[in-house]
Write a protein that binds this ligand. Structure first.
Ligand SMILES: NC(=O)c1ccc[n+]([C@@H]2O[C@H](COP(=O)([O-])OP(=O)(O)OC[C@H]3O[C@@H](n4cnc5c(N)ncnc54)[C@H](OP(=O)(O)O)[C@@H]3O)[C@@H](O)[C@H]2O)c1
Length: 333
């Protein structure tokens, strides 16, 4: 059975508190000189929490920001404009639990001739249990993992993200979680199959699918950057963030977790800093398959780097998409 590192939300949250006090090796490398002038940055799940703070930070640093999300349109975008003092901010609808929505979103970017310099795969859910999407998959599986496969494949196939003329690779950053460490190997018996489960399995799935996501990101980099780095594909855990991630938890648990978040977790603006650093600093130009845990360079779980596992995950993901996405021909292969 697929298992993530945690099954208890309070234990997972307490592990986050420990992270809060860990040293931040590269924090001093981040500077006001890391600018986004002339760049186009797209962030998924940008209407809330870390994604919203990232939108403000990139807009403040001179970038054109595309906020992708399924709610608070256009209010969140207007708020980002106000907070950053920039009007180079737009919102586009994207519901990652709806495969058709991902196709329409990328099509709109391609039709508008958008070329991304930075793409932040940030959106995710933490649900109290299983929930079936319209295409029949479990929502945590689809939103936290498979939608990112469809989105990144489409962005690359339609050249919305590609190697820039300057030769400096564009950057794709997967927002992960250090809770992916220690997950079980990928269980292909469960892969993409819907079944009912409750809170413990949901918490376990959250960290397990971050592990699966990191394995995909590593394999994607192997395939895209076969001879040279064309698109930097890296992952980062922002550490504990005081965000809306537990908004669907049962009432009492939500109150407990919110209390802990408020007391000791970082503000989204502070948690966004290592992500902005990884996206804009020259330190990460041309790098790929790197992982930061906040400002600390680290190895991901060793299983993430196994090429055989990466290839198997790729093949099984494409196989599944052939069955559930009628438009899969636009990115498969
Ligand atoms: N909070 C933490 O302590 C922590 C720690 C490590 C890693 N992270 C990671 O940080 C990232 C951001 O999370 P957060 O903490 O900022 O939580 P958050 O405030 O809940 O933000 C999550 C974002 O994802 C969006 N989203 C969820 N389902 C979506 C869908 N079907 N289609 C499009 N967008 C969808 C949400 O939109 P709605 O507002 O419409 O739901 C929201 O904008 C996630 O990848 C999370 O796993 C968080």
């Amino acid at each position: 059975m697929a298992e993530g590192r945690f099954t208890n939300p309070v234990v997972a949250t307490l592990a986050g508190i420990k992270d809060f006090f860990s040293p931040q090796k590269l924090a001093s490398r981040f500077s006001d000189g890391d600018r986004a002038d002339g760049m186009t940055v797209m962030i998924t799940g940008a209407n809330s929490g870390l994604g919203f703070a990232l939108a403000v930070a990139f807009a403040e640093r001179g970038g054109k920001v595309i906020m992708a999300g399924r709610s608070r349109i256009p209010e969140a975008g207007e708020k980002v404009k106000k907070l950053s003092g920039s009007d180079k901010v737009e919102m586009r609808f994207l519901d990652l639990s709806d495969i058709g929505s991902i196709h329409r979103f990328v099509q709109s970017l391609a039709e508008d001739g958008i070329l991304l310099d930075v793409c932040i795969l940030n959106a995710a859910v933490a649900l109290p249990g299983s929930r079936k999407t319209s295409s029949g998959q479990d929502e945590i599986f689809l939103v936290n993992y498979l939608s990112n496969v469809i989105l990144t494949r489409l962005l690359l196939k339609k050249s919305v993200i590609r190697q820039k003329e300057s030769g400096i690779p564009s950057k794709m950053i997967f927002i992960s979680s250090d809770s992916h460490q220690g997950a079980s190997s990928i269980d292909y018996g469960e892969f993409g199959r819907y079944f009912d489960y409750g809170v413990s399995k949901a918490i376990s799935n959250y960290s397990y699918f971050k592990f699966v996501l990191n394995t995909y990101a590593t394999e994607l980099s192997r395939r895209v950057n076969d001879t040279s780095v064309k698109v930097s594909i890296n992952a980062i855990c922002p550490g504990p963030v005081h965000s809306n991630i537990v908004k669907e938890a049962p009432w009492l648990l939500r109150m407990i977790l919110k209390g802990i978040f408020q007391a000791v977790f970082k503000s989204p603006a502070k948690a966004a800093r290592p992500v902005v650093y990884m996206a804009l600093s020259k330190d990460y130009d041309g790098s790929t398959n790197e992982y930061l845990h906040m400002f600390n360079p680290k190895r991901m779980d060793p299983k993430v780097y196994d090429p055989a596992e990466g290839e198997k995950l790729w093949d099984r993901s494409m196989e599944l998409l052939k069955n559930i996405d009628p438009d899969n021909v636009s990115y498969s292969g």
